[in-house]
Design a protein around this ligand. Structure first.
Ligand SMILES: [Zn+2]
Length: 114
């Protein structure tokens, strides 16, 4: 755990946030600044800085993130319509919290980039 990291604090309950999903590896929350009608964040509990830092040992955690995303897309009603899964990496991509997280966006036509 990174003591200065907001997502690490959420992972261990030091920062209380409503979670749509919470298991031993992954939790999911709603983005506080949604850019689509549905905008969720799927976050590994382990501190991984960003996609550049993902290692082979993280395979099970990454697979869990995708499984949770698919399940939430279903429960939030966008699975059949379509949705986007995205990882921002670094400053120019607009990554604001340096702890790996997957964006799940849906509920409108998203266009090529956004
Ligand atoms: Zn962290």
């Amino acid at each position: 755990m990174d003591e200065a990291c907001l997502f690490c604090k959420m992972a261990v309950g030091q920062v209380d946030v409503p979670k749509l999903h919470d298991d031993d590896r992954v939790f999911a929350i709603r983005d506080i600044n949604p850019r689509a009608p549905l905008h969720l964040l799927i976050v590994p509990k382990q501190h991984i800085a960003d996609a550049r830092a993902v290692a082979a040992a993280d395979a099970v955690t990454l697979a869990r993130m995708f499984a949770v995303a698919a399940r939430l897309a279903e429960s939030e009603g966008v699975a059949k319509r379509g949705f986007r899964l995205a990882f921002n990496v670094g400053e120019e991509a607009g990554m604001t919290i340096p702890h790996l997280h997957m964006h799940l966006l849906g509920g409108r036509f998203l266009g090529a980039e956004g």
